[in-house]
Design a protein around this ligand. Structure first.
Ligand SMILES: NC(=O)c1ccc[n+]([C@@H]2O[C@H](COP(=O)([O-])OP(=O)(O)OC[C@H]3O[C@@H](n4cnc5c(N)ncnc54)[C@H](O)[C@@H]3O)[C@@H](O)[C@H]2O)c1
Ligand SMILES: [Zn+2]
Length: 648
């Protein structure tokens, strides 16, 4: 590396560190950052006289976020020296052995979060300060008081600094990001940034809502007298801090390696993100003798785990069609090793997310995979674009059957009942109890019939013959005739049941009934405007229905021909006291409420389940409770069942 290159790299590191520590919005993966930092470190060691005064290799962490009060630590906070393999670990041990050949090591998980210092005075939490540059950090006391795992009072009365890591659970990290995606906010690249960003909020109620957790790992200023750090920490846990899930004292490299691999093996079972194991020399006198560099203690090191977060490149965006026809985009990425497996694909929530991330083919991205988290893209490096990037278009046709897709933003769906990806599900739905109620045609049987190529869509059910089923395993005479009879029995059912059984997105039984009453057999030809004009049919429902008929008209026409359903006609309801009124039923009546509901609906009333200003009548029986009170409060006229009968 030339001096010029070195200077340029240091500028890059400084800007990456700023984005990472101050803005909680990294512009590189840790791996890229560490690699560049190490290359610069090698240069600094060869040419110490040329090294940059502000090199991130010489200082701890970041700067203070605007809006926070600065606060000083009583004693300095440090970073950790990284070791990445056994060789580097042995190197570190050998350096320590120069002051003491008889070493014991305390090993514990390294939680990946935000470093925090708590100052206790007279047993009371006085101040909580972020690590900042190691000497001065941000005063986040009010935020920290919302974290339940931090005691506000402890029984130790001497002046004491407690250090630990504020972390967020992996599952909560995912939830926050899902919420942020919905709100069109930038995602957190990883749980560490999420923890740090949540801790450094000007509004403590936001911090409180984020479910942060505190893992204690050390002490700063203190007057506790212990010979070993492991004993000192046991005392600290006894004050009401949570003890880390694994903590072992060993006395050689083999011992350290063993714990290291044990912690890696249980990494997925621990709900918080770990990025390594910290090894500390247990004897406090030896620690004092070894002392500190400008950046870290010489008596401890962070033995890093394989990264779960990597930079990779988007090669393509392909579509996956789910069993219900929902289309999900999947990113094909340059194959990347993450934590023991080769990652080639990452899931994206939907096409709206692609637009929000402004993700393009050939973009460089951060991909994160940890334990049970499916590989996810959390960050797109827009600044790294080189002109080869291509926009991702929303699909208009199904990749499986080429029919037009129904697109309502976050949801894109193939509704073609002939589409091979959805046939099984659509037949199962069609036959289910609340739809056509075809006895003997459950999930397993439908799967069998489709897999054995006995049927390709709903229509085929009606051309099934005895001979078709004879050769199927477990199909005896009785079973076959029962099934064929059950299918036959659906003929002549009502039109709205048939429409409801098609599984049209957003169109349930009530809507089906309403549409069928209004349009009869013309349902297959309705246009958008006529549908929207119907009371209770929203735009989304109408569009879904029209899109559905657009791709399935032929099939539905044939189906109606075969089933020959009864077409219900709208009966003009005679004038009566309940026509067009909104009614709520409550309490115990002389007959079932379901029956009374039907009766009222036949009179043209709308029966609703909750009382509001729009309610015209509350009809109450015995033991009426809160609905009655509310009706009285809102001035809704409340009548008994008998009064209702009289009014009819
Ligand atoms: N992606 C980027 O752009 C970018 C930029 C800057 C830094 N970074 C990353 O940040 C890291 C360097 O940051 P750092 O200096 O904060 O170091 P670090 O986070 O790797 O390690 C030091 C910190 O570990 C924490 N810790 C957790 N468990 C501990 C334990 N049991 N004992 C002691 N300490 C424990 C402490 O808060 C301590 O301050 C590097 O891994 C680097 O990749 C990334
Ligand atoms: Zn399809």
């Amino acid at each position: 590396m030339t001096q010029e290159e070195y200077d340029k790299n240091i500028q890059t590191l400084i800007s990456w560190a700023h984005a990472y520590y101050v803005e909680d919005n990294p512009q590189a993966s840790d791996e890229e950052y560490d690699k560049l930092a190490r290359t610069c470190l090698a240069y600094e060691q060869t040419y110490p006289q040329n090294s940059h005064p502000n090199s991130p290799n010489k200082r701890v962490g970041g700067m203070i976020l605007e809006g926070f009060q600065k606060a000083s630590h009583l004693s300095r906070m440090w970073s950790q020296e990284d070791v990445f393999n056994t060789e580097e670990l042995i190197d570190w041990i050998n350096r320590a052995k120069k002051v003491n050949t008889n070493l014991e090591f305390m090993c514990e998980p390294k939680f990946d979060g935000a470093s925090l210092n708590l100052i206790y005075e007279n047993g009371v939490l006085k101040q909580a300060i972020t690590r900042g540059d190691g000497s001065v950090g941000e005063d986040v006391t009010n935020n920290v008081k919302t974290i339940h795992s931090i005691p506000l009072q402890i029984k130790e009365k001497s002046l004491l600094e407690i250090r630990g890591e504020v972390v967020i659970k992996k599952a909560d990290f995912e939830k926050i990001n899902e919420q942020r995606a919905k709100n069109n906010e930038q995602l957190f690249a990883n749980p560490r940034n999420a923890a740090s960003g949540s801790l450094r909020q000007l509004d403590p109620s936001i911090t409180a809502s984020r479910k942060l957790f505190f893992n204690v790992w050390g002490v700063g200023q203190n007057s506790l007298e212990f010979k070993r750090i492991s004993e000192k920490m046991d005392y600290i846990y006894s004050l009401g801090f949570v003890k880390p899930p694994m903590q072992v004292v060993v006395n050689d490299v083999e011992g350290i390696e063993k714990v290291y691999h044990e912690i890696i093996a249980s990494r997925d079972d621990i709900p918080m993100m770990l990025d390594g194991m910290v090894v500390k020399i247990d004897d406090i006198e030896t620690q004092e003798e070894l002392g500190y560099t400008v950046k870290f203690p010489r008596w401890s090191c962070a033995y890093k785990f394989p990264a779960v977060e990597k930079t990779t490149k988007i090669k393509d965006i392909i579509q996956q069609v789910g069993r219900t026809g929902v289309i999900t985009p999947v990113a094909v990425v340059e194959p990347t090793h993450i934590d023991g497996s080769m990652v080639e694909r990452a899931s994206l929530h939907n096409y709206d997310e692609i637009e929000r991330l402004d993700l393009r083919i050939n973009d460089e991205v951060i991909i994160i995979k940890s334990g049970d988290i499916i590989p996810k893209i959390t960050k797109v490096f827009h600044e790294r674009r080189d002109g080869t990037q291509e926009k991702v278009l929303r699909p208009t046709n199904c990749p499986k059957c080429d029919s037009l897709l129904h697109d309502e933003g976050t949801l894109i769906k193939c509704q073609n009942l002939d589409c091979p990806s959805i046939v099984t599900n659509s037949i199962i739905y069609f036959a289910s109890k609340n739809c056509m109620n075809i006895d003997g045609l459950g999930n397993k049987i439908v799967e069998l019939l489709v897999n054995e190529k006995k049927i390709y869509d709903i229509l085929d059910l009606y051309s099934l013959k005895y001979e078709d089923l004879q050769d199927l395993e477990g199909f005896k005479e009785k079973k076959i005739s029962n099934l064929l009879n059950a299918i036959e029995k659906t003929k002549g059912t009502t039109l709205h049941r048939v429409i409801n059984a098609l599984g049209i997105e957003h169109i349930g039984e009530v809507a089906s009934k309403q549409i069928c009453l209004e349009f009869g057999l013309e349902v297959i030809n309705i246009d958008l405007d006529s549908l929207i004009a119907l009371d209770g049919i929203g735009e989304q429902m109408a569009k879904s229905f029209v899109d559905f008929m657009g791709v399935n008209k032929e099939l539905v026409t044939k189906l109606i021909d075969i089933i020959n359903p009864e077409v219900e006609v709208k009966q003009e309801v005679l004038e009566n006291a309940f026509k067009g009124k909104t009614v709520v039923l409550t309490g115990t009546m002389s007959r079932s409420r379901g029956l009374i509901k039907k009766e009222l609906e036949a009179l043209g009333a709308k029966v609703s389940s909750s009382v509001s200003k729009k309610t015209d009548f509350l009809i109450y029986g015995e033991d009426a409770g809160s609905k009655y009170d509310k009706a009285i409060e809102l001035g809704v006229s409340a009548i008994t069942e008998e009064e209702m009968i009289e009014m009819i």
